[in-house]
Every structure is written in C-alpha cells, then in structure tokens.
Design a binder for this molecule. Structure first.
Ligand SMILES: Cc1cc2nc3c(=O)[nH]c(=O)nc-3n(C[C@H](O)[C@H](O)[C@H](O)COP(=O)(O)O)c2cc1C
Length: 389
C-alpha cells in the first residue's frame, strides 16, 4: 500500500520532514532549531528518553480516558497549543488554522504577542478557547492596552513569558538572512525560488490579500510591515521585566495568570507568592539559553515544592505521546505543544495540525494502554523505580 498526502504522516518526525520540504530554509530553521550550539535541544530529547515508565500488567484498559483538568477547565486531553511567534508565516492564516485544530480537539490555543493574525480574527474565525501570551514591551502603557484588547477578544488566561529576558542568540538566522523585519537578499530570493509552493500559497497570496504580513498586535502607528524599517524602540521587548511587573499584571488581569519558562524551585515558589495560578516548566523548546536544564530535570523538585499552591504545566521537546505521558508522570497537569503542531500546520494547514494532534493523542492512548493506565492520574504511579526520588 502506498500512503499519500496526510496519510503518509504517521508521526511528528514525518510532519517535520514534510515541513522542511515545504518551507524556505530560513523559515524552517527558525522554527526547528535551537540556540547557539543547540546543546539543550539534544538535552531535552535525552532527558525525556531517560524517563522510563513501567507497565502494570493484567489491568483492564478497555475504557481509557485522557480527560484532564487544565486550569480548572475539563478537556478531552491534557494538551495546549503553545504560543509560537509568526505561526502565520508557515501557512496563510496559520494561527487561525492552529486555533481551529485546537477547537476541534477541545484544547486551548495560546496566541503569541508576536502573532501575524490578530487575536480578534483568531477568536472570530476559530471558536477556540484562547489564551494570550505576553511579551512585555518597553512601553508599559501600551502593554497594558494590549492586555485589555486580549481580554475584550475573549482570552481569560494570560501567559507571561519569563524566560526571554533578552533576545536569544541564534546564528543560523543571521546566516540565512532570516529576521523580522524580513529583509530582501539574494540568498532569501533563491530560498523562495526553491520553495515555490510556500512562495505562492503563503507569501504571494498574503501580499495580494493584505500586503506584507505584519505583527498584528503592534499598535497601528507602530505596526511595521515586515519588509520595512525595524520596529520602534518603544515597542521592542523590555529587558527590565521584574516581579514588579507580575504585581502589575496580577492587579490588572482578572483571569488566570501563568508564568511560562520557570526552571527553578525558588522562582516557582515566588510565582505562587505573587499570585500566579500556574507555571509552565519550560526551556522555551531549547531556543533561548543553551546551557539551561531541561524541564524533565527540574520538574520533580518543582512539583514537590509548589504543586499544592499552583498548577504546573510543562513543555519542550514533545514529539511522541509517550513524551506527554512522561511529563504527566513527573507531575505536570498539562503539556504544551510547540513545534509538533507547527510542522503539521506548515504541511497542510488546519488538517495538518489536527493530524499531528490526533497522532499524539493516539500515541498517548497506546502508551496508557500498555502501561495499564486507565486515566492520566494513573501515570505518576508508572514511573520506573530508577526515575523515582
Ligand atoms: C517558531 C517558534 C516560535 C515561538 N514563539 C514563542 C513566543 O512568541 N512566545 C513564547 O512564549 N514562546 C514561544 N515559543 C516557545 C513555545 O511556546 C514552546 O515553549 C516551545 O516551542 C516548546 O517546545 P517544543 O517546540 O519542543 O514543543 C516559540 C517556539 C517556536 C518553535
């Protein structure tokens, strides 16, 4: 039997390969790669692989469920689609495609500050449960105005990303000439010519419909066409974000507040003290600090210290349903998916993202069945003795 189209995508790695074929190299590497020497990308993989789950045998697993409570909301699986800047460049209206796939799977979609599509359009056209991810701009007034906008569009969960204190060092972006604003270059031109499907389906169609794609959440007077001058200094990301900003946000935001990118027990404790409802234990998919520990390494101690005070979510490196099971076994109550669904949406839009979610859910179901886990609550009991503390 010859598998074609989406049927040929049998796992996340297949989706990754398909995305690599479709996207210009500069964009694919922006999505796929890490920071500096990419030590922590490999570290995340090795750490997850080292978590062994031991099956409990002769358990009736005919009725398994992945039902989960994530930040007080019952959902059919413990997943959330992570915020990913410029998802709208990998597919035309890629954020809407991701949000629709999330809605179909009954899970939240987290809109990035640096989204190409506005949260208002994503809300109107997807019907998804929306979270909003915040990068604090130097201009705090504008930042707060952005929050009001996210609230008005229906977001009730605010995710403050705390692991991007400064801009990360990713040399391949410089080599590829990939940056925002996009800059024309001979190399970029050749890259586009070699990837005509993306150039026609995404770039040219966007140009015809709405001009050069832009960051949708930047105020009109600052909004920069990605092909033009750089963003105003006022709207660049602040490098002086502190716990005082958490105080400010906690006062201003009536919904759930999540700090994303916590890797230390003392910071997790502070997050609880400052009134966060949850943290995401994450190293940003190994895209920021190349000497950072992976979430697997730090999760158990963080769970021990604060799981009675706030919800603990995790991400970075999920490529199989078994990786989701591993994070849950280590004490996370929900798992964010970044690149996996981006590869899917880059390959076939909403259908591609849904395909990846279905594959991950199916793999999780098989893993649970094999482990004798009927519910997600059974997973921590499956940690192999070598992984217990
Ligand atoms: C292309 C790309 C863009 C991202 N943009 C953001 C962002 O704007 N804000 C943020 O908090 N995290 C961002 N992230 C990190 C993800 O939210 C998430 O933490 C990470 O992708 C998880 O690792 P995984 O890709 O291995 O699943 C981005 C990740 C990728 C791959």
């Amino acid at each position: 039997m010859i598998l074609t189209g989406l049927n040929a995508i049998l796992n996340v790695e297949d989706a990754r390969r398909a995305a690599r074929r479709r996207l210009p190299r500069g964009l694919f590497e922006y999505v796929d790669r890490g920071a500096e020497d990419e030590i922590s990308i490999g570290g995340n993989r090795r750490d997850l692989d080292a978590v062994k789950l031991a099956p409990s045998v002769l358990v009736d697993v005919s009725q398994r469920t992945q039902e989960a409570e994530v930040l007080g909301r019952q959902q059919p699986s413990p997943l959330v689609i992570a915020p990913t800047a410029v998802a709208g460049l990998v597919w035309r209206d890629g954020e809407i495609a991701l949000a629709r796939a999330a809605a179909a799977a009954g899970i939240p979609f987290c809109v990035s500050t640096q989204s190409i599509t506005s949260i208002e359009r994503i809300a109107d056209e997807s019907g998804a449960e929306l979270w909003f991810q915040l990068y604090v701009w130097k201009n705090r007034e504008r930042t707060l105005a952005l929050l009001d906008r996210a609230w008005a569009a229906g977001a009730r969960t605010l995710v403050l990303t705390v692991d991007t204190a400064v801009g990360p060092n990713r040399e391949y972006n410089l080599r590829n000439g990939f940056g925002i604003p996009l800059k024309p270059s001979l190399r970029a031109g050749i890259d586009l010519a070699l990837h005509p499907r993306w150039t026609c389906d995404v770039l040219l169609r966007s140009l015809i419909a709405s001009g050069v794609p832009t960051y949708a959440h930047y105020p009109d007077e600052f909004r920069t066409q990605l092909g033009r001058v750089s963003l105003s200094d006022e709207m660049s990301l602040a490098t002086d974000v502190t716990w005082e900003d958490v105080v400010l946000l906690r006062k201003r935001w009536q919904g759930k507040l999540v700090l994303k990118g916590v890797l230390r027990v003392d910071d997790a404790r502070k997050a609880a003290e400052y009134g966060a409802d949850a943290i995401v234990v994450s190293n940003h998919g190994a895209r920021n600090l190349d000497c950072a520990p992976g979430p697997v390494e730090v999760l158990p101690a963080i769970v021990d210290a604060v799981s009675d005070r706030l919800a603990i979510l995790a991400d970075s490196g999920v490529r199989r349903g078994a990786d989701i099971a591993r994070f849950l076994a280590l004490g996370a109550s929900g798992v964010l998916i970044g690149r996996a669904t981006l590869y899917g949406v880059a390959t076939a839009g909403e259908a591609g993202a849904s395909r990846v979610l279905d594959l991950l859910r199916n793999e999780l179901s098989i893993t649970m069945g094999m482990l004798g886990a009927r519910t997600l609550a059974d997973l921590p009991g499956c940690l192999a003795p070598s992984n217990r503390r």
